[in-house]
Design a protein around this ligand. Structure first.
Ligand SMILES: *Cc1c(COP(=O)(O)O)cnc(C)c1O
Length: 359
C-alpha cells in the first residue's frame, strides 16, 4: 500500500510543456512579461483592481507593512496568536512590532474581543488571517472597529485563493491582501506570493518596494526605499498553468472535504463550520488526542500534521499571556491528507483509518 502524504504538489503535462517552451524561446528567466501575465490573471480571478507578484507569501506581508508606512518599532500590528508564524515574522522584518491577540474558537481567526483588549494608541494595523479560507464570524464588526480607529487591515490570505465571502474574494475586504504559492498552497510555483488591493496608492508603493524603489524597470533612478522581492518568469509560467486548472483543484478539495465530514459522522471528531464559498485548503479536524491519532495513522501509512503551535510559545516571541482559544486549537487540531489529487479510494482509506482509531 502506498503512503498517503499529508500534501504533495500536482504538476501536470501543461506546466512541463510551457516551462520547456519558455526556456526554448529564450526568455530572460527573471520577472518580465510572464510575471505581468500572471499578475493580470490573478487580478481578474480575484476581481481586485491591482495585483503585484512577489517572491513569497512572507515578504508580501512585509511589503504590505512597508507600503502602509508601518515600519517603526513603536508601530504595532495585531497578529492572531494562532497562525503560520510568517504572519508575525513579516511584521518584524518590516521593523514594526507584532502584538498577539486570541482567536475565535469556531473559526481560528482573530477575535474582536481580544483585538479590543490588545489595541493601543500605537496600533497601526491588524493582520487578518483567513485560516483555511475562512473569515472570522465577526468580520464586519472587526472591519468597522478598524475603520473607526484608522487602523489598516492587512489580510494574510495565504491559504485562501479561491475562497469567497458574500460574493467578494477573500483578501479584498482589507486595505491589501496577500497570497502564497508555496508547495502546499492552493496553487504553487514552488515559492511565490501575490498582493491584491483596490487602492492605487498602495499598489504603486508595492511596485516600488519590490524593485529597489525604481520608478521604472531597468532604469536606475530610485524614488523610494526598496529591496528585491521580485519573482521569476520561469515560475510565472507554472503559475499561469496552475491557475488555468484551479477550478478542478477547488472542486476536488471541496468534494474530498465533504466525503471526510460524511464518512466520519458518529466519531469523536469535530469539524469547523464551512460555507460552500470556502475552499477547505487543509482537511482540518479537532480531536482529543491529535498525536495519538497521528501515530495511529502513520502505522496505516497515512500522513498527517498537527496544527501550528501558538506564536507566543515560539522562541522568537516567547512571552506570557492568556490565549485560551489559540492554545486549545493548537493542541487539538490535526490536518489530514489534503492534496487535491486524492482519489475516492484514498479518502475511503483515510476515513477508515481515523474511524479505526476510535474502535
Ligand atoms: C504559507 C503561509 C504564509 C507564508 O507564505 P510563504 O510563501 O511560505 O512565505 C504566511 N501566512 C500564512 C497564513 C500561510 O499559510
Amino acid at each position: 500500500m502506498e503512503f498517503i502524504e499529508q500534501y504533495k504538489p500536482w504538476i501536470g503535462e501543461e506546466e512541463s510543456r510551457e516551462v520547456n517552451n519558455y526556456l526554448r524561446g529564450g526568455g530572460y528567466l527573471t520577472e518580465f512579461r510572464k510575471t505581468k501575465e500572471f499578475a493580470d490573471a490573478l487580478r481578474d480571478f480575484t476581481g481586485a483592481k491591482y495585483c503585484s507578484i512577489v517572491a513569497n507569501g512572507t515578504v508580501s506581508l512585509t511589503a504590505a507593512c512597508l507600503a502602509l508606512g508601518i515600519d517603526k518599532r513603536e508601530d504595532e500590528v495585531i497578529v492572531p496568536d494562532y497562525t503560520m508564524i510568517a504572519s508575525a515574522n513579516a511584521v518584524v522584518m518590516a521593523g514594526s512590532t507584532p502584538v498577539f491577540a486570541d482567536v475565535e474558537p469556531g473559526t481560528m481567526c482573530l477575535s474582536l474581543e481580544s483585538l479590543m483588549r490588545q489595541v493601543t494608541a500605537r496600533t497601526r494595523a491588524i493582520m487578518l488571517v483567513s485560516i483555511n479560507g475562512r473569515y472570522p464570524d465577526q468580520l464586519h464588526e472587526i472591519l468597522d472597529f478598524c475603520s473607526h480607529r484608522k487602523i489598516a487591515v492587512i489580510e494574510d490570505a495565504a491559504q485562501s485563493l479561491g475562497s469567497f465571502h458574500q460574493g467578494r474574494h477573500v483578501g479584498l475586504y482589507g486595505d491589501i491582501g496577500s497570497f502564497s504559492f508555496s508547495m502546499p498552497k492552493i496553487i504553487t510555483t514552488g515559492q511565490g506570493g501575490a498582493l491584491v488591493t483596490n487602492r492605487e496608492d498602495v499598489y504603486r508603493r508595492i511596485e516600488l518596494i519590490k524593485n529597489f524603489g525604481r520608478e521604472s524597470a531597468g532604469i536606475d533612478k530610485h524614488i523610494a526605499y526598496g529591496v528585491n522581492f521580485k519573482f521569476t518568469d520561469l515560475q510565472a509560467v507554472i503559475g499561469l498553468e496552475q491557475l488555468k486548472k484551479i477550478q478542478e483543484r477547488i472542486q476536488r478539495k471541496k468534494a474530498n472535504y465533504s466525503r471526510l465530514r460524511e464518512g466520519l459522522k458518529g466519531n469523536p471528531v469535530a469539524f469547523f463550520a464551512t460555507s460552500e464559498d470556502v475552499v477547505p485548503w487543509f482537511n482540518d479536524i479537532l480531536v482529543e488526542d491529535p498525536i495519538g491519532l497521528q501515530n495511529h495513522l502513520k502505522q496505516l501509512k497515512i500522513g498527517s500534521r498537527p496544527f501550528y503551535p501558538t506564536i507566543h510559545t515560539q522562541a522568537p516571541y516567547h512571552q506570557a499571556g492568556e490565549f485560551p482559544h489559540a492554545t486549545y486549537l493548537s493542541t487539538h487540531g490535526l490536518w489530514l491528507p489534503s492534496y487535491p489529487q486524492l482519489s475516492i479510494s484514498d479518502m475511503d482509506r483515510i476515513v477508515e483509518g481515523v474511524a479505526s482509531y476510535y474502535r
